[in-house]
Write a protein of this length. Structure first.
Length: 517
C-alpha cells in the first residue's frame, strides 16, 4: 500500500506546496532552460490520448455499424453483476484501434475519461472480462455473427467489378496453444504457428473473411471450404470478376472448381520440374510480348501431373542485371532467388515465373494483374504488425478465430472511415492513426453543453482538422437532410462517399425489397 502523504510537501527551494484532497500537490515550481515553470496536477479533468476518435464514433453512429454489432452479439450474461455486452465490445474495439496486440494492454484504457461515455459504455472492461467474454461465446454463433458484419462492410460494393485476392499468412507462436504445430514457416523454421486463411477485396484492402487453422493446415485444400462457402454466402450476383492467388492456389482442385463455377482465375505456378522444362523450352522461341516493368511474356499450353486437362499458362521472363559468373556465385552461396534463372546463349541471365489463367487478355494486362496482387502482401503486413493479428493469443483456438475476425471488422471500419476523410489514397495504420486518431483531448461541460478540445502535435494537424470537420459536416448533413432514409440506405450513402474514387462517382443503391400485399 502507498503510505499516506503528509499534509505539506517541502519544495527544495524552501517553499511549501499545499496538498489537495486527492493527495496531489496544488502547484510546484521547477527550473527549466526557459526559466521557472509552475507545474500543477488536475485529477478531475476528463482526458483521452485518442482525442480525434469522436469523429470515428460519429461515423459508427451515423452508419449504425456499432449498434447493430452490439445488438446482434451472441454473448449473453445471466448475472446482474456481469459487465454489459456494450462495454465488452467497446473495450475490444478501443484496444484494437489503439494498436494493442495483447489482452494485457487493455489496462492502458482504464483511465480514459472521455471515450467510454461517447460510445454509450458504462466503463472500460477489464482484460479478464474481455478474455472470458470471448470464451463464453459459442463458436458457430460467434462466427456467423462476425461474418454477417464483415459482409455488411463489403457486400454493397460487390455489385461492381472486383477481384478476390486469396492468401495465407503464418502467425508465430511461443507457447502451448491449441493448433500450435509445425508447418510451413519460411522465417523461423521449426517454430509452431497458426495459419491465417484470408480473402480480400483486391485494391480496396477490405477483408471479406479470415479463418485460423493449425500451423500444418496452410495448404489451399484447407482454404477451399472457406472460399467456396464465402462465394455461396455472397450469391452469384456478387461474385468477383477474377480469383487471384499465389502458387498455393495453382492446383487442379481449386482451378477445376473455379472452372465449373464459371469463375476466371489467375494463379502463379510452383516451379516444379515440368514447369521449368516448359520455360526452358520457350527460351529460344519467338513471340515474346511486353509484360511491363521489364518483363516479357509468352503463352503456352501445359498439363502437369494431376491436372485434369491442358490449361493456358503465361511464361514470364526478365533479364537480370547480373553476369553468368555472378549468378554462379549466388548459386554457390545459396542466395535466395525470386524465381529460377537460366543463362542465355549470350551469357545473359534470365529470371522466369509462370502463371496459369483462364483469361484471354493480352500479356501486358495479365502481367500487371498479377503484380497488383502484391498489394495483398501489404495487407498481411499491416494486419499482423499494426492491427494485432500477430497477438491476442489464447490457449484455445476458438478465441483466436473470433478475435481474428473482430480485428478484421474493426480494420474494415477504420479503413472506410479514413477513405471518407481522404478518398484519394490508402493510408496504413502507421500513418492514419497519428493523423486521424492520436491527439490529447479534454472534455468539459458548461451550461448543459459538452465540449471536447483537441490538441494534436502532428505536422499535418491543420489539414487533418479540416478534413475531419468535413467528414462531420457530411454525416450531420446526412442525418438532417435525409431523415426519411432507412439505416441501410444511409449506410449505402456513406459507402458511396467513402469509395467515390473506386466507384467513379457512382451512387450505391440497396437492393429493392419485396413487401407482402
Amino acid at each position: 500500500m502507498m503510505p499516506d502523504l503528509p499534509p505539506l510537501l517541502v519544495h527544495p527551494s524552501g517553499d511549501l506546496a499545499l496538498v489537495d484532497r486527492d493527495g496531489l500537490p496544488a502547484d510546484v515550481v521547477v527550473d527549466s532552460y526557459a526559466g521557472r515553470v509552475h507545474v500543477g496536477w488536475d485529477s478531475e479533468a476528463a482526458l483521452t490520448p485518442l482525442g480525434q476518435l469522436p469523429f470515428f464514433i460519429d461515423f459508427l453512429k451515423a452508419s449504425g455499424l456499432f449498434d447493430r454489432w452490439v445488438l446482434e452479439c451472441p454473448l449473453v450474461y445471466s448475472s446482474p453483476n456481469a459487465p454489459k455486452v456494450r462495454d465488452i465490445l467497446g473495450t475490444t474495439m478501443l484496444s484494437i484501434l489503439s494498436g494493442h496486440w495483447r489482452y494485457a494492454h487493455i489496462s492502458a484504457l482504464r483511465g480514459d475519461g472521455v471515450l467510454p461515455d461517447l460510445l454509450g459504455m458504462r466503463k472500460v472492461a477489464s482484460e479478464d472480462s474481455v478474455r472470458r467474454a470471448f470464451l463464453a461465446v459459442d463458436e458457430a454463433a460467434g462466427t456467423s455473427w462476425l461474418q454477417r458484419h464483415l459482409d455488411d462492410c463489403t457486400r454493397p460494393v460487390l455489385g461492381e467489378p472486383w477481384i478476390l485476392d486469396m492468401d495465407t499468412s503464418v502467425k508465430l507462436l511461443y507457447g502451448h496453444q491449441e493448433g500450435a504445430v509445425l508447418g510451413y514457416n519460411p522465417h523461423k523454421p521449426g517454430r509452431p504457428s497458426h495459419s491465417y486463411h484470408t480473402y480480400f477485396v483486391g485494391n480496396l484492402r477490405l477483408v471479406l473473411d479470415v479463418d485460423v487453422h493449425a500451423g500444418n493446415e496452410h495448404a489451399s485444400n484447407f482454404s477451399a471450404p472457406g472460399l467456396w462457402g464465402l462465394l455461396d454466402r455472397l450469391g452469384r450476383g456478387r461474385w468477383p470478376a477474377l480469383l487471384r492467388g499465389d502458387a498455393g492456389f495453382g492446383n487442379d482442385p481449386v482451378m477445376r472448381e473455379a472452372e465449373q463455377r464459371g469463375l476466371p482465375y489467375l494463379f502463379k505456378l510452383r516451379l516444379s520440374a515440368n514447369v521449368k522444362r516448359a520455360a526452358v523450352r520457350a527460351i529460344g522461341q519467338d513471340g515474346w510480348a511486353d509484360a511491363g516493368h521489364g518483363w516479357q511474356g509468352k503463352r503456352d499450353k501445359l498439363r502437369l501431373s494431376g491436372w485434369s486437362w491442358h490449361r493456358q499458362v503465361v511464361i514470364l521472363r526478365r533479364r537480370r542485371n547480373e553476369t553468368a559468373a555472378s549468378e554462379a556465385a549466388a548459386a554457390r552461396t545459396g542466395q535466395l532467388q525470386l524465381a529460377f534463372t537460366e543463362i542465355g546463349p549470350d551469357r545473359e541471365v534470365w529470371e522466369y515465373a509462370v502463371l496459369v489463367t483462364s483469361l484471354d487478355d493480352e500479356i501486358l494486362t495479365l502481367g500487371q494483374l498479377y503484380r497488383d496482387r502484391g498489394d495483398g502482401e501489404n495487407n498481411f503486413d499491416e494486419l499482423k504488425n499494426q492491427w494485432g493479428w500477430a497477438g491476442f493469443t489464447t490457449h484455445d483456438l476458438k478465441r483466436c478465430r473470433l478475435m481474428a475476425r473482430t480485428i478484421a471488422l474493426v480494420y474494415n471500419w477504420w479503413n472506410l472511415f479514413v477513405r471518407l476523410a481522404d478518398p484519394d489514397s490508402h493510408r496504413e495504420a502507421i500513418t492514419s492513426r497519428p493523423l486521424f486518431l492520436h491527439a490529447i483531448a479534454a472534455k468539459t461541460r458548461h451550461a448543459g453543453q459538452t465540449r471536447i478540445t483537441i490538441s494534436s502535435s502532428h505536422a499535418k494537424a491543420r489539414w487533418s482538422a479540416r478534413v475531419l470537420a468535413e467528414v462531420a459536416s457530411f454525416l450531420q448533413g446526412l442525418a438532417k437532410n435525409a431523415e426519411q432514409l432507412t439505416q441501410e440506405q444511409r449506410w449505402y450513402r456513406i459507402l458511396s462517399q467513402a469509395l467515390r474514387k473506386f466507384l467513379n462517382g457512382r451512387q450505391l443503391h440497396p437492393p429493392p425489397r419485396l413487401f407482402a400485399t
